[in-house]
Write a protein that binds this ligand. Structure first.
Ligand SMILES: NC(=O)c1ccc[n+]([C@@H]2O[C@H](COP(=O)([O-])OP(=O)(O)OC[C@H]3O[C@@H](n4cnc5c(N)ncnc54)[C@H](OP(=O)(O)O)[C@@H]3O)[C@@H](O)[C@H]2O)c1
Length: 293
């Protein structure tokens, strides 16, 4: 991965806030992509090669939400992105089509991260694209919100299977198969710090993700592979529910930057960590919440 300058992002906070206030979720996503990533997707810029040209990146859970934004960002930086999904093939194909229509490289690959067979097949198929895998973004996640006294055991089992075991399975393959100098970026959540009411079990599974990332950073460091966790705060609007609205409102009120996060806010942090600029950062947790804690 070579170092290159990235075109300056557009899309001011005021514009983003106004779009949220109008409820223009879909337009906001496209607007952000077109103002922050479209220029990159058109190919080589005047500053030279893009940061991730020649790299292959697996992003788990990239059919929608934060994973989709990460796929757009890494594709705009030149990577061939594997758009992993579990069941929503249509959404994954839409992500791929968006990337391809702007000159980027993307392949949809189905696979349930909680299945060791699926994860092995995911890496097998990703390796066929360009002879190896350079970047893993362990993004697929499941959050069921309820006070601990009311949470179903089955929902806890599902969160453990997706968040904890699923992250272990993809990290295990990454440890065995990532090319030297690669990147592992795990998506956790700020709730591991603040543990709001209702987030207890979900935050517990995500705390395990962060612990595994630190251990993995020590295991693969000698091969110049960095491993870090990104901790988003509340990042609507793609899966906001009436149940979550009071929490979102409270978080926005307590956020110094005065709004909720967008998937692109998180994707840009991941883009940095995936680049050579972040070569000296490993075993860290990056909190991306607009200052809310
Ligand atoms: N949004 C937030 O406010 C927020 C805050 C903190 C942390 N996070 C974390 O950020 C990550 C992304 O969140 P999000 O809100 O963008 O998620 P989302 O919109 O619910 O999307 C989840 C993605 O993960 C995929 N997925 C779910 N289970 C899977 C499995 N077992 N195997 C493979 N793929 C699976 C889904 O695929 P299908 O489409 O096929 O179902 C989808 O692409 C998660 O780890 C989440 O915990 C989110």
């Amino acid at each position: 991965m070579s170092r290159a300058l990235k075109p300056v992002s557009a899309g001011s906070p005021a514009v983003i806030l106004a779009a949220y206030q109008q409820g223009a979720a879909t337009r906001l996503t496209l607007q952000n992509m077109e103002t922050t990533n479209l220029g990159n997707l058109n190919g080589m810029g005047e500053f030279g090669p893009r940061p991730l040209d020649g790299a292959t990146a697996i992003i788990t859970g990239a059919s929608r939400g934060i994973g989709r934004a990460i796929a757009l960002r890494l594709a705009s930086d030149g990577a061939h992105v594997v758009v992993n999904y579990r069941s929503n093939a249509e959404a994954a194909q839409a992500t791929v089509s968006t990337i391809e229509s702007h000159g980027g490289l993307a392949t949809p690959l189905q696979g349930d991260v909680s299945s060791s067979e699926d994860v092995e097949r995911l890496f097998d198929d990703a390796e066929k694209i360009n002879g190896g895998v350079d970047i893993l973004v362990a993004n697929a996640g499941l959050v069921v919100l309820a006070p601990l006294g009311e949470l179903d055991e089955a929902d806890v089992d599902r969160m453990i299977a997706t968040n904890l075991k699923g992250t272990f399975l993809v990290m295990r393959q990454a440890a065995r198969r990532l090319r030297d100098g690669g990147r592992v970026i795990a998506i956790s959540g700020e709730a591991t710090r603040s543990a709001p009411a209702g987030f207890g079990a979900a935050a517990g599974t995500k705390a395990a993700v962060e612990a595994m990332a630190v251990a993995l950073s020590k295991e693969v460091g000698p091969r110049r592979i960095t491993v870090n966790s990104v901790l988003p705060g509340v990042t609507p609007p793609e899966r906001i529910t009436p149940q979550m609205q009071p929490h979102v409102d409270a978080v926005v009120a307590a956020t110094p930057l005065g709004r909720a996060g967008t998937p692109h806010d998180i994707a840009d942090v991941v883009g940095f960590l995936a680049s050579d600029d972040a070569r000296w950062i490993t075993g860290q947790t990056i909190v991306a919440t607009g200052g809310a804690v």
